[in-house]
Design a protein around this ligand. Structure first.
Ligand SMILES: [Zn+2]
Length: 648
């Protein structure tokens, strides 16, 4: 799975020039008429200065794509013909993201369905574009971002138009046409995005968590005055949280509305005070005020936290890394030792090595920041943990820090390897997060922010969905939208949307975009030695040096954990001897359905499964579904490797 977090398979021969030509010449897909109208439609914003904007109608788009692409239509066989829509929204800046004015920032909305298989939910092409709108236009919409969300949700689920999802949509499923029922499953995004969608106060309010009635942010001045039966962001005892429900949040908004509409004496002061206290803003155009949306949106259940934002970007893991760096500095541990250690590790081929992963300039121990992209932060967790376990711990240095960081690594390994959330995994993960939170709160009390609290909610959030979700995939999706909006200065919404749509449809129809979990990249027909007669001439064998697998793009030469038949499938398999380490040497198939890999399997050096001897590997052919994780490793002694994995 870790490669699904960082890369999608290259789409073969598709290149930029072709994309550009498509964008200019082929507008046909956007104008295609379906039974739900054209694929690109206008969303009306009555009463706002911005009256309408263009978006890709999900009903029309899915209807069109399912009829144009068989591989996609085969994916729509949902249980009971029903699907659950997740809506993601986030800001993206084309061009230079460091421009002080934010440049031409776009607010992008994507969606997917929970019933898709996990590999598709973790692929950027498994998230469909709904709309891309200049952020500068938001102020022209009544109610701001929350007002826009109201219109989007009404358009998708309430309005009585033919393209509304509320009555279900007809899609081609395999060889038949089926009516697919669609319900709403939740909002997905970063903390800032989620609070803007529903107009919560978030981290800036006294009550930063909408799910808990009594958790307060002590940095807020109101909290300093008003200490009731409350707990702080550092609280790790879950039994002390007073759980809020969706109807309770609606009631709070109704009380605010009552104060405004009756204009009670001193209402402005009371309103401000209550908004801060309850963590909810009064917004007459927001989704909380819209009675028609109350049967569709649950403001607590549908606030979906993801682990990329909770742990990575300014999240718990970043604060943890910066705190460890701070302690290392205080203990006078030489940075160069860590830097040199980090350069010994070898990554899977698709993870491009960062030239300066442990460059000092990326670590700000005063502000507790790590100036790296999330995928690099994930890498740092692995390598820094190995440094602590293999170098500091044996030297008796920073033992409490080593224990705590090992738990963080273990959590992130499980999150990467286990997309499906089962009750067993829920219990494991809840226990592990609690076990981690306790030493963290003691060692780094200066580094407790709102995301530390959100971390405690993650297992429950995911159990209700059945999946462990992260925004790594949607962040990668932004790259496609950046390409579609590059050098577009006029009619930004129209051009970005149609450019993207035309490119996606063309890739899907041409077969370059595959709706399959496993496939070979640039396969070749295996040539047989001269004079050798081929017994199965009707079935050529295709071979390739790289292959898209359930754990991402695997390449010849990569080291992988190979699941042995007796292996524990719960996803909590750390380094266990029931999994073997081997080198991938090539991939083949004869039917584009069953895939195999040539591997060289290594021998374990000891029983814990961390060190492997490469000197006399055994060659085997395995089913490609047995490849369960692509490894980062280091050769610690000649022919003996250590794998990057949390340590027992
Ligand atoms: Zn909470």
């Amino acid at each position: 799975m870790q490669n699904l977090l960082t890369s999608d398979a290259p789409l073969g021969e598709s290149d930029r020039l072709e994309r550009l030509a498509l964008g200019q010449a082929n507008q046909a897909h956007a104008q295609t008429q379906t039974m739900y109208g054209p694929v690109v439609q206008f969303m009306q914003l009555p009463g706002s200065d911005l009256e309408q904007f263009e978006f890709i109608s999900p009903a029309a788009f899915l209807n069109y794509l399912s009829s144009a692409c068989n591989e996609f239509s085969n994916m729509l066989a949902f249980p009971n013909n029903s699907a659950t829509l997740l809506l993601y929204g986030d800001e993206m800046t084309p061009g230079n993201p460091l421009r002080a004015d934010g440049g031409r920032a776009l607010l992008n909305f994507y969606y997917t369905f929970l019933e898709f298989p996990s590999w598709f939910l973790h692929k950027k092409d498994g998230w469909f574009v709904l709309a891309s709108l200049r952020s500068s236009l938001i102020k022209q919409i009544n109610g701001g971002v929350a007002g826009l969300i109201t219109r989007i949700m009404r358009t998708l689920f309430v309005d009585d138009s033919t393209a509304s999802l509320s009555k279900g949509i007809f899609l081609k499923v395999g060889n038949k046409t089926e009516l697919i029922h669609i319900k709403f499953g939740g909002f997905f995004g970063d903390e800032k995005g989620l609070k803007e969608f529903l107009d919560y106060k978030g981290a800036s309010g006294v009550k930063p968590c909408i799910g808990c009635g009594n958790v307060v942010n002590f940095e807020h001045k109101v909290a300093k005055r008003d200490l009731g039966e409350i707990v702080t962001l550092a609280e790790i005892d879950r039994t002390k949280f007073i759980q809020m429900t969706g109807p309770e949040v609606y009631r709070m908004h109704d009380r605010l509305e009552e104060i405004v509409t009756t204009r009670a004496k001193g209402f402005r002061d009371r309103l401000d005070g209550l908004e801060i206290k309850w963590g909810v803003n009064y917004n007459p155009h927001g989704p909380l005020a819209d009675r028609a949306l109350r049967s569709i949106i649950d403001p607590v259940q549908h606030y979906l936290r993801d682990w990329q934002h909770t742990f990575m970007s300014s999240g718990v893991a970043v604060l943890h890394i910066a705190s460890v760096v701070r302690v290392m500095k205080a203990k006078k541990i030489e940075w160069d030792v860590l830097d040199n250690f980090s350069k010994e590790w070898v990554y899977p081929r698709t993870l491009k090595p960062h030239p300066d992963l442990f460059g000092k300039k990326y670590f700000d121990r005063k502000e507790l920041k790590v100036k790296h992209f999330s995928s690099d932060v994930l890498r740092i967790i692995g390598i820094l943990n190995m440094f602590m376990q293999l170098v500091l711990k044996p030297a008796g240095l920073m033992l409490a820090d080593c224990h705590c960081f090992n738990l963080l690594h273990r959590i992130t390994v499980i999150l990467q390897r286990s997309p499906r959330m089962t009750p067993t995994l829920h219990a494991t993960l809840t226990g592990l997060i609690d076990e981690y939170a306790e030493p963290y709160a003691k060692l780094y009390d200066f580094a407790i922010k709102v995301k530390f609290h959100h971390m405690l909610h993650l297992p429950d959030n995911w159990l209700s969905l059945g999946w462990i979700l992260s925004c790594f995939v949607t962040e990668r999706k932004h790259k496609d939208l950046k390409l579609a909006s590059l050098h577009v200065y006029r009619g930004v919404e129209h051009t970005t949307t149609t450019n993207f749509l035309n490119w996606y449809m063309q890739e899907a129809i041409s077969g370059r975009l595959r709706f399959k979990c496993n496939y070979l990249i640039n396969p070749r027909v295996m040539s047989l030695p001269a004079g050798c007669s081929h017994a199965h001439a009707a079935e050529p064998i295709y071979t390739a040096g790289s292959m898209q697998t359930q754990c991402g793009l695997a390449c010849k030469g990569d080291l992988a954990l190979i699941k042995l038949p007796s292996s524990d499938a719960s996803g909590d398999a750390g380094a266990q001897i029931s999994e073997c380490v081997g080198r991938l040497c090539g991939f083949f198939t004869s039917n584009d359905n069953d895939f195999y890999a040539n591997v060289e399997l290594f021998t374990p050096v000891d029983t814990d499964g961390y060190d492997w001897d490469m000197s006399s590997p055994s060659s085997e052919i395995i089913n490609a579904t047995m490849i369960s994780w692509l490894l980062t490793y280091m050769e610690r002694r000649p022919n003996v490797i250590s794998i990057c994995m949390w340590r027992r």
